[in-house]
Design a protein around this ligand. Structure first.
Ligand code: NAP
Length: 495
């Protein structure tokens, strides 16, 4: 048996940095269940050897030995993905390569990876389908056909629906794999196993015990490698919050699935995303902050970045106080925050628990002060990977003086390096496991919420506030925590 992985966008950044190294690592560690061939497609003409030489430059020194074995399975064909002639030539090439490997084309599974700009997603699928290259009966296990679609999946609900419709006119839903690389992170997947394999936490995982949930995805990078032009058309809401943050939120807030079957898990995620309350105009002013970085300790401001219009109103930071209107979570604030050029790079989830109903040691808290809120569970997703549970203990000595303490777990202590997200997701795509890919209705539910934020700020003309490059973000975002709820968390390196 043979799997052919066809990468459209062969000469692109994603292919060189993530896809080929991921495929190589899975091959070198014997994780593929079949032999594999990789066929790259892009318009610029080049030979197999020329492409292999380009890719080799991106292979880490410790993977070079594996590359020598893998490179002969890597091929390049030039052509325009919108051209049916190119599709026919590609199919002939795929058949020939299969026969060269001693496998009849009818025994070959094919994964088409769209590492292309989104405007090409529909044309390339239509072109392949027009040539009959995507036809596979439901449940086909040998000569299967699947298509991986990169992000961004649409730019709003309407475009996501249109893209879903276009893809589904040629493919079954089970053939479509919408990628969000955050779901390939070991620590994001661990949210599910941590919650549903440990009975002690689940009874606490609700509004009765959890006072707030924070999800922070902070980046210290700005507009490196000329990304300004692309980013300015997207902004933090569409580039990060709609996908990565809402995917993490869904994993944290979902109900237990009836099984670990892909659709059982994805059905629960969709329900949570559908239960997110759209923000009313009043809530937009109160519960949403958009920011843009200006010159600061980390360098120039966003408007001075290459490719960014001088009058851009695009947000490089967004924070929202969201509500999930279901029985488990209603009225528990989900505080979501993401931004560029912040003072640290980290992704973490913090569940803060209520304080004891009575403070026996200190008595009532004086007016104007807040009780200590000692119990928090922090899920560290990157760069640190681990879990922290904080609480108070008695300071040794006379009297009842309390001090903070922590139980902590680090992935590093398990000794095994966690696989890069793209490696894991490519392996799942090849093996037909869609659990960690976004279902069509999930993408639409996430866009429905993101659109409500965007429409809200357009309608209310909510201002874009500024923050210095290299700071902790706009001070206005601090006010999303109310009263004694606390403050945004810091990374371990910052504490
Ligand atoms: N780069 C990342 O880290 C990253 C991360 C997340 C998501 N993504 C997504 O992944 C996709 C690809 O991103 P990228 O950064 O790799 O883009 P890129 O560097 O601009 O590469 C685009 C590729 O598409 C090829 N191409 C363009 N038009 C074509 C056509 N008509 N027919 C055949 N090939 C064509 C280009 O080669 P030719 O010019 O030779 O045709 C090139 O190989 C995008 O959807 C992006 O949003 C990228």
């Amino acid at each position: 048996m043979l799997t052919q992985i066809i990468i459209f966008g062969a000469s692109g950044d994603l292919t060189a940095r993530k896809l080929i190294p991921g495929l190589l690592a899975s091959h070198a560690t014997g994780q593929f269940k079949t032999a594999v061939q990789v066929i790259g497609v892009a318009r610029r003409p080049k030979s197999d050897d020329a492409w292999r030489a380009e890719l080799a430059e991106w292979i880490e020194p410790d993977a070079q030995a594996g590359w020598a074995d893998f490179a002969p399975r890597v091929f390049y064909r030039s052509g325009d993905v919108r051209d049916p002639v190119c599709a026919r030539a590609l199919e002939a090439t795929l058949d020939t390569l299969a026969r060269d490997a001693g496998v009849e084309p009818g025994q070959v599974g094919r994964l088409f990876y769209l590492a292309l700009k989104p405007a090409l997603f529909t044309p390339v699928v239509a072109c392949l389908a027009g040539e009959g290259m995507l036809a596979a009966p439901l449940g086909e296990t040998t000569a299967w056909r699947r298509v991986v679609v990169e992000k961004p999946f649409g730019t709003d609900l309407a475009s996501a629906k249109a893209l879903n419709q276009a893809l589904r006119s040629h493919l079954h839903e089970e053939q479509i794999l919408r990628i969000d690389h955050y779901l390939g992170k070991e620590t994001v997947q661990n949210i599910l196993s941590f919650r549903f394999q440990n009975a002690i936490f689940e009874p606490l995982w609700n509004s009765k015990h959890v006072e707030s949930v924070e999800i922070s995805v902070c980046e210290s990078l700005g507009m490196e490698a000329g990304r300004g032009g692309y980013y300015d058309g997207a902004g933090a809401l569409r580039d990060m919050l709609q996908n990565h943050l809402l995917q993490i939120l869904a994993m944290v807030a979902m109900e237990a699935p009836s099984s670990m079957a892909p659709d059982a898990i994805r059905a629960e995620k969709v329900k949570v995303l559908q239960a997110l309350t759209p923000l009313s105009p009043a809530a937009i002013e109160r519960d949403l902050v958009r920011g843009q970085y200006v010159e600061g300790p980390a360098g120039r401001g966003y408007l001075d970045e290459d490719g960014v219009p001088a009058d851009s109103q695009t947000e490089t930071f967004v924070a929202v106080r969201a509500n999930i209107a279901n029985w488990r979570w209603n009225q528990v604030p989900f505080l979501l925050r993401t931004g560029k050029r912040l003072d640290g790079r980290y992704t973490q989830v913090v569940l803060r628990f209520h304080t004891p109903p009575v403070d026996l040691l200190n008595g009532p808290v004086p007016d104007g002060l807040c009780a200590l809120r000692p119990n928090a569970l922090t899920l560290l997703i990157q760069p640190e990977e681990g879990i922290r549970l904080s609480f108070l203990v008695k300071q040794p000595g006379p009297g009842m003086v309390m001090r903070p303490a922590e139980l902590s777990f680090d992935y590093a202590s398990l000794g095994a390096a966690t696989a890069p997200a793209y490696q894991r997701l490519l392996l799942d795509a090849v093996h037909g496991n869609p659990t960690l890919f976004i279902r069509g209705d999930e993408a639409e539910a996430a866009w429905r919420f993101a659109d409500s934020l965007r429409q809200g700020w357009l309608d209310t003309q909510a201002p874009v506030v500024s923050y210095p490059a290299g700071s902790g973000g706009p001070p206005e975002a601090d006010a999303l925590f109310r009263g004694c709820e606390g403050i945004w968390s810091r990374s371990e390196a910052q504490q």
